[in-house]
Write a protein that binds this ligand. Structure first.
Ligand SMILES: *Cc1c(COP(=O)(O)O)cnc(C)c1O
Length: 393
């Protein structure tokens, strides 16, 4: 059924979208223009960490909207200051720069590392990144990403991002030269197929970068903000990186991201970095509401427990349907099929009735699960029962 065909024709084509319009969301459920309900295990792409339209975000937005929306990035505002303090108070970092998207936070991390290299490492500017990594869709972050085909799409690339092999420390060591300033990685590769870095690999990277006077940058745009059961995924490995970026979950659905760094690394001078909307109180007020909920007693324990339940439930499907396996960290998980039918399963899940199911297939043999951190065991059971039917041959 065509919904306002003229309206959708006015949108620039960038991807194939189903012919329906979502109108309303609540918790783990989305509702389309026909009133059909969908159980949402995508949640805005691991963004809505508290589900759809959580009361604390609605309250923060409406209170801030009637107080102060944007005094300009040239001035401090109260939510920006409060959120920065909450982030530094619960991480190993000393300072925060706010931005709007994950890619923009990563651009900031790249600039900070290059500036630091110019001052402290004779102009070293290369940042080692990884095959199959994803850091965003700006030219520099696409160049940093290890996604197949992205080296030629929009060529020429931004130079300076040699690619190592994930979880292979020797491949990193082999790329280090006089021009290398940093290593940047996702503690869990999300778009690459939900592949966690081994804690020993992260520890070895920390030692290697330290021994070579290099920076370690973690892109926690997807893995941060409670997604893996700890506030930040690097904490599982017991390491302290130099720079971290956050996005997605930090805004709980609104555009907010952050670049965090240790004091010694903070070398921006006036005019080096900025942006019109950066740190605006409307978005940072939401960030405050989100992180306060994540830090509430028992919340992260609950995420860890629910992540284990999701994992165990997926393992049951693996056994029943003789699939390849299940992997992930906390509430970012993937089911590895024994064939290439993940895209068909995603399409069939959407079309289920009376209730649809929203899933994602980052690869043809892989289904990814990134529900709200507040998803219930009952909702996981509902999802698995729908998926069980779709997996049956
Ligand atoms: C989504 C993502 C990004 C890009 O974030 P945008 O907000 O889409 O710019 C960067 N890094 C990782 C690890 C991501 O998952």
């Amino acid at each position: 059924m065509q919904y306002h065909a003229a309206n959708t024709d006015s949108l620039m084509y960038i991807t194939n979208r189903p012919d329906l319009v979502f109108e309303r969301g609540e918790g783990s459920w989305l509702y389309d223009h026909n009133g059909k309900a969908y159980l949402d295990f995508i949640q805005g792409w691991a963004v809505n960490c508290l589900g759809h339209c959580p009361p604390e975000i609605a309250a923060a937005l409406s209170a801030q909207a009637t107080t102060l929306i944007n005094p300009s990035p040239a001035f401090y505002n109260a939510p920006m200051v409060e959120l920065a303090g909450l982030l530094t108070g619960h991480s190993c970092f000393d300072r925060v720069f706010f931005a709007n998207t994950g890619a923009e936070a990563n651009e900031g991390a790249i600039k900070l590392a290059r500036k630091w290299g110019r001052i402290n490492k004779k102009g070293a500017h290369q940042i080692i990144t990884f095959d199959h990594s994803f850091h965003g869709r700006t030219l520099a972050t696409m160049s940093a990403s290890g996604k197949a085909g992205w080296d030629t799409l929009y060529a020429p690339q931004v130079p300076g991002f040699p690619k190592a092999i994930y979880n292979d420390i020797a491949s990193v060591e082999a790329l280090i030269g006089p021009d290398t300033v940093a290593v940047m990685l996702e503690p869990v590769q999300g778009e690459g197929g939900v592949i966690p870095a081994a804690p020993e690999f992260l520890k070895a990277l920390r030692e290697l970068t330290r021994a070579n006077g290099m920076l370690l940058i973690v892109d926690e745009v997807q893995s941060g903000m409670g997604r893996t059961g700890k506030l930040f995924a690097y904490q599982h490995a017991g390491i302290e990186p130099d720079i971290m970026t956050l996005g997605k979950g930090i805004g709980g659905g609104v555009p907010l991201s952050a670049l965090l760094a240790r004091e010694e690394v903070c070398c921006f001078e006036a005019g080096d970095q900025g942006g019109t909307y950066n740190g605006n109180p409307l978005m940072t007020a939401v960030g405050v509401a989100v992180i306060k909920r994540l830090l509430a007693p028992g919340f992260l324990d609950q995420v860890e427990a629910t992540g284990k339940y999701l994992s165990a439930s997926l393992i049951k499907l693996v056994e029943k349907h003789q699939l390849k396996g299940e992997r992930g960290s906390g509430m970012l998980r993937a089911l590895i099929l024994d064939d290439e039918r993940a895209p068909q399963i995603v399409a069939k899940a959407l079309a289920l009735s009376p209730n649809g199911l929203l899933l994602n297939a980052p690869r043809a043999n892989l289904l990814r699960f990134m529900p709200s951190l507040t998803v219930t065991n009952d909702e996981i059971d509902q999802m698995c029962s729908l998926l069980d039917g779709l997996l049956a041959r």
